[in-house]
Write a protein that binds this ligand. Structure first.
Ligand SMILES: [Zn+2]
Length: 214
């Protein structure tokens, strides 16, 4: 008979284990966890975690943590897009420790691997933006007209509006739970273009109150 260590304990719920993985990652300010790191602070044995979820990486995925695949082929633009999304959710420049779920798909280490340091990654990102204030991105004349602005367009419009709702002034940076949307000043349904001049930043509640009325 094989001795099953966890069978002798009170039943531990899956959620309890996943929550503990998230707790340790958050205490360490990491977007992912190695087994070695978890052993130092975790409540459960890594053997239990692996048995319960079939593998360490599967447990990480189920807990919402990133799997450090050591992926080195992430294109710069994908790293920058991920940064734009995190920046928009936070309403300001992300901090290194915030490069983790739910804000970020890639951890800080992906940026450091590519650019040498977090600061160098930030410099490369700013350089890639170009001079957005002088040359707002134009949707291509040949592309079909779309209501949804590109991520790049969303970012530069929100940057112009300082990541704040232009109606009420709230920002995710200063008010928890605020989500920023882009709004067509002349509604798209009335022929308003999806461009730098016709878009503005509104919080979700100001945007919902508006509809298509001018
Ligand atoms: Zn608002």
């Amino acid at each position: 008979v094989t001795f099953q260590f966890e069978d002798t304990r009170p039943q531990i719920g899956d959620q309890e284990v996943l929550m503990d993985l998230r707790r340790v990652a958050s205490e360490l300010g990491r977007s992912t966890l190695t087994q070695t790191l978890y052993r130092e602070r975790g409540r459960f044995s890594t053997t239990l975690v692996k048995k319960r979820f079939k593998s360490w990486n599967r447990a990480l995925t189920l807990s919402g943590l990133g799997v450090d695949s050591g992926r080195r082929d992430i294109p710069d633009e994908e790293l920058f897009d991920n940064l734009r999304r995190a920046w928009i959710s936070l309403g300001r420049q992300p901090r290194q420790r915030e490069m983790a779920p739910p804000f970020s798909e890639f951890g800080r280490s992906a940026y450091v691997r590519r650019f040498g340091s977090w600061l160098a990654a930030m410099r490369a990102f700013v350089a890639s933006q170009g001079d957005a204030n002088e040359m707002p991105p134009r949707e291509s004349a040949t592309a079909p007209k779309s209501r949804d602005p590109s991520l790049r367009m969303r970012f530069v419009v929100m940057q112009r509006d300082q990541f704040k709702c232009v109606a009420c002034g709230r920002s995710p940076a200063t008010h928890a739970g605020i989500a920023l949307h882009l709004d067509h000043i002349i509604p798209f349904s009335k022929g308003g273009p999806t461009n730098f001049e016709n878009l503005r930043t509104l919080c979700a509640s100001c945007n919902l109150g508006k509809g298509d009325l001018l």
